[in-house]
Design a protein around this ligand. Structure first.
Ligand code: NAD
Length: 491
């Protein structure tokens, strides 16, 4: 049995209230780790440590030195990638093939933002005030509270931690109660890289017991959050009381749109990857598949053929395609949505329930499920399922596809499959989403900004934009010679 403690001020430590909780392996259904159950007192200790580091040694550490530490961390991550991936699979049940690639790629965020740390420049403003010199400085915000979801714990963390540290902030991290192990394990890598004590801290536990006190803590200067829109809204409301900035990476119900002129087989695979990869547990899932009516039946037939052949089973096996659902409530939620879709009159053409066949251990497996005959007003088309459930909606024209695609409260991502470059450009301009993929799906990179339109979020992660989320701009005015000005008139 593994034991995972909080990491505060450079030390692994027991929870103040002496409480622990179990972490279950979603594939085997067995408890594999005991995790410290944090409380307000642990949050307070971690935030105070982060504040002291910000006001102390870290505040005096220049951007080039910060960048070097991040690059060193990237090298350590590469060395440890395989081990980290195995921990993630134990906790979230995602495929080792996916998590292995993800933990290796993780290093790139730390390397990129390490490189960017000393390239954020202020400006000398051409002043209209004679004799006054005006320039800008970009300054860190202070202590950043980072709260993450269970589907890709270390990747979601990298999107926040790498730019925040590059910008000179300190951090208190609360990982999901379902997947705390990898983040707490990661703290040892931070230490090995040489970050001073208190710069990065992590308190494990539940949303209301650790997350909420972290958001409310008076010494926390910003929250960077990934999770559901429901929790995001609560956090936004709490942050408003402090007039505190937030970055919110929330859910989605992304349209994946296939035109009749698309490369047929590539579009089929794109649709599969959009919804059945990671057992559909990705914020960017292309869970609404819009197919042009002229190819609809042929497309559905092929999709059912390919998805129906997906191998379900052990996530540690490299030939598995679909693994278990990560959490018991999520498993129940997916099954409930399948029932809702059936009750709404959608036609189930593949799957449609729990899976207990070969390769399943009996718990938390859902069959890849496809519904046709969906209209965009149905709950199955409007609400995020976060599982391997695809809703297929036919459309006729480009205008139709835009109207259906944008008729949703979310705006995280969209896919377009076409061989017409003009159409690709028109669609990418008209779709209301933070990311649009054309003839590909699920591409993300440290180089490219990622985030939501509408109810999918606030702010951007990755790319050059991300570092600005963790900086504030100061305008400095210096008179070149002192003059006695009329004090009652604005200068
Ligand atoms: P969740 O909102 O239930 O929990 C996310 C985190 O917030 C957890 O650590 C949880 O403990 C914490 N939390 C919950 N309530 C809180 C509160 N009131 N105050 C502070 N913290 C609180 O989400 P989840 O089920 O873990 O994750 C799935 C959701 O995350 C989906 O909606 C998915 O789309 C979204 N997601 C978004 C992105 C993105 O980048 N946009 C990426 C991954 C997942």
């Amino acid at each position: 049995m593994q034991v995972y403690k909080h990491y505060i001020n450079g030390q692994y430590c027991d929870p103040v209230e002496g409480q622990w909780f179990d972490s279950e392996n979603p594939y085997t259904g067995t408890v594999w780790a005991q995790v410290a159950r944090g409380s307000k007192a642990d949050v307070d200790a971690a935030v105070k440590a982060a504040k002291a580091a910000f006001d102390g040694e870290w505040g005096q550490t220049g951007p080039t030195a910060r960048g070097k530490l991040l690059v060193r961390l990237a090298e350590i991550i590469e060395r440890e990638a395989e081990r980290l991936a195995e921990i993630e699979v134990c906790d979230n049940g995602k495929l080792i093939a996916e998590m292995g690639a993800q933990t290796k790629y993780l290093a790139e965020w730390y390397r990129y933002f390490g490189g960017l740390a000393d390239k954020v420049e202020g400006a000398v403003i051409p002043s209209d005030k004679p004799g006054i010199f005006n320039f800008t400085r970009h300054e860190p915000l202070g202590v950043i509270g980072m709260i993450t979801a269970w589907n890709s714990p270390l990747l979601l963390l990298a999107w926040k931690l790498a730019p925040a540290l590059a910008a000179g902030n300190t951090a208190v991290i609360k990982p999901s109660e379902y997947t705390s192990a990898s983040t707490l394990e990661f703290m040892a890598l931070i230490e090995e890289a040489g970050f001073p004590a208190g710069v990065v801290n992590s308190v494990a536990g539940f949303g209301m017991e650790v997350g909420a006190p972290l958001v409310d803590h008076p010494l926390v200067d910003k929250i960077a959050f990934t999770g559901s829109d429901v929790s995001g809204q609560k956090i936004y409301e709490s942050a408003a009381k402090k007039i505190m900035p937030v970055t919110l990476e929330l859910g989605g119900k992304s349209p994946n749109i296939v035109f009749e002129d698309a490369d047929f087989e590539a579009a089929v695979m794109g649709a599969i990857s959009g919804i059945f990869a990671a057992t559909g547990q990705t914020c960017i899932a292309g869970s609404r598949l819009l197919v042009q009516r002229s190819i609809h039946d042929k497309f559905v037939k092929r999709l059912v053929e390919v998805a129906g052949a997906a191998k379900i089973g052990d996530p540690m096996s490299t030939d598995t395609h679909v693994g278990p659902v990560t959490t018991p409530p999520q498993y129940q939620k997916i099954l409930d949505y399948i029932d809702i879709a059936k009750a709404e009159g959608a036609k189930c053409v593949l799957g449609g329930g729990a899976y207990s066949g070969a390769g399943a251990t009996g718990s938390q497996f859902v069959q890849p499920t496809i519904f046709t005959g969906v209209n965009n007003k149905m709950r199955i088309a409007q609400e995020e399922v976060f599982g391997p459930v695809l809703s297929i909606i036919p459309f006729d024209t480009e205008d139709d596809a835009i109207a259906i695609g944008n008729d949703i409260v979310y705006g995280l991502a969209a896919g377009v499959w076409t061989s017409d470059i003009g159409r690709a450009l028109r669609m990418s301009e008209r779709l209301k989403a933070g990311t649009v993929w054309v003839n590909t799906y699920r591409a993300v990179s440290f180089t490219s900004p990622f985030g939501g339109y509408k109810r999918s979020g606030q702010g951007r992660e990755s790319g050059k934009e991300a570092i600005m989320e963790f900086l504030q701009v100061k305008s400095v005015w210096i008179a070149q010679q002192t003059t006695v000005a009329n004090p009652f008139i604005i200068r």
